[in-house]
Design a protein around this ligand. Structure first.
Ligand code: ATP
Ligand code: MG
Length: 357
């Protein structure tokens, strides 16, 4: 069954690609290689150029400059139907008057494939997305998640070399979104298909990506694995965009072997760091890598606000360095009330000095 939908994975390459709409520079000199069979997420705020990049890969938009390759072949000037690429949109727009089966078979009917081949291919992909026996239903009689699966099947049936996703889950509620992103990731890995996934949901990006490309105003700011971006963001924009972050004034005493000796309040610690000059710096401190205690000799503070979230408690603590957000997953001292005097200890793996930008 898998063979029917197995595709040859292709590398996707963008070389100095730009797109201008009149005076708007939507995409600005983007170069990117997406390895065969990997899932790469384009992550960035609204209007940063994510959809435009996808559309240029799909051939739905021309490039102003630069070149696009799928595998070894340059496709910059090829029409969409000559690119072996399919795109799944935010509104998955199933044909309401066609059955689930006919929605999936649609692309193959357009290509006038023989009935038996078409039937087998459509049934195979429906099985793949967990929709056996639902072929005769109308799309209107499906849940949001089921409609999403049909849309996915409709893309897969064309055996594309590359699958493009433009915020495919944004119409679903949080719980379903989480389940569907796992399903998409599993399928993509099982089929070994190359995928480019657009989202502005950082949790989604962290959960499903081999690599994340962070984009700001049409330019690539940083490319890395989820862990690399979380642990060593290149600048404040990336740090703020991925995960929760405190930015605190600190002093960098010196560097040795790629580590920095930093002083945050009364605490001295050695942390991973890009090469930086000694002196005043800003450090990123992740909220879950700060211990909160009622005793000890860490940074002194007073709890301003506390929210108990079940598996964790979130604190805002007022300190001489400003407010510090802490997420406590241990809660060994129970949940401390507002007004409690506390000491904060920074854990080295969650502290990262940032270059000044
Ligand atoms: N057809 C168009 N004509 C003119 N400007 C456009 C066109 N398409 C996009 N733009 C502009 O290009 C920029 C990038 O748009 P794009 O849709 O790629 O952003 P995005 O990152 O997908 O945003 P969102 O997260 O809101 O979907 C925006 O400033 C947008 O207004
Ligand atoms: Mg978009």
């Amino acid at each position: 069954m898998m063979e029917a939908v197995k595709s040859q994975a292709a590398r996707v390459t963008l070389e100095h690609v730009s797109k201008r709409f009149g005076k708007t520079v939507a995409v600005d000199d983007v170069s990117l290689q997406i390895e065969p069979g990997s899932l790469v997420t384009l992550l960035g705020p609204s209007g940063c150029g994510k959809t435009t990049i996808l559309r240029m890969v799909a051939g739905l938009e021309t490039t102003t400059n630069g070149r696009v390759f799928i595998g070894d072949a340059e496709v910059t000037h090829l029409p969409p139907n000559a690119r072996d690429v399919t795109m799944m949109f935010q509104s998955y727009a199933l044909f309401p008057h066609l059955s689930v089966f006919e929605n999936v078979a649609y692309g193959l009917r357009v290509l006038r494939r023989p009935e038996a081949e078409l039937r087998k291919a459509a049934e195979d992909v429906l099985a793949l997305v967990g929709m056996v026996g639902m072929g005769e239903r109308s799309p209107n009689a499906l849940s949001g998640g089921q409609q999403q699966r049909v849309a996915l099947a409709r893309s897969l049936v064309m055996q594309p070399k590359v699958l493009l996703f433009d915020e495919p889950l944004s119409n679903l509620d949080a719980k379903l979104r989480k389940r569907m992103r796992e399903e998409i990731r599993l399928l993509q890995q099982r089929l070994g298909i190359t995928a480019i996934y657009v989202t502005h949901d950082q949790a989604e990006a962290l959960a499903i990506s081999d690599k994340i490309v962070v984009i700001e105003k049409g330019r690539i700011v940083q490319i890395g694995s989820p862990l690399e971006l979380y642990r060593s963001p290149g600048n404040r924009f990336v740090a703020e965009f991925i995960g929760e972050a405190n930015f605190l004034p600190a002093r960098l005493e010196g560097m040795e072997d790629g580590h920095a000796r930093v002083v945050i309040g009364p605490q001295r610690l050695t942390v991973d760091s890009p090469p930086l000059q000694a002196g005043a710096v800003t450090v990123l401190a992740r909220p879950e890598a700060i211990r909160i205690r009622t005793q000890g000799d860490g940074l002194f503070g007073t709890i301003q606000k506390v929210s108990y979230l079940g598996s964790s408690a979130d604190y805002t603590v007022e300190t001489e360095l400003g407010p510090v957000l802490i997420t406590d997953y241990e809660m060994q001292g129970g949940v401390l009330p507002a007004g409690t005097a506390v000491r904060l200890e920074f854990l080295p793996h969650g502290v990262y000095p940032l270059p000044v930008t």
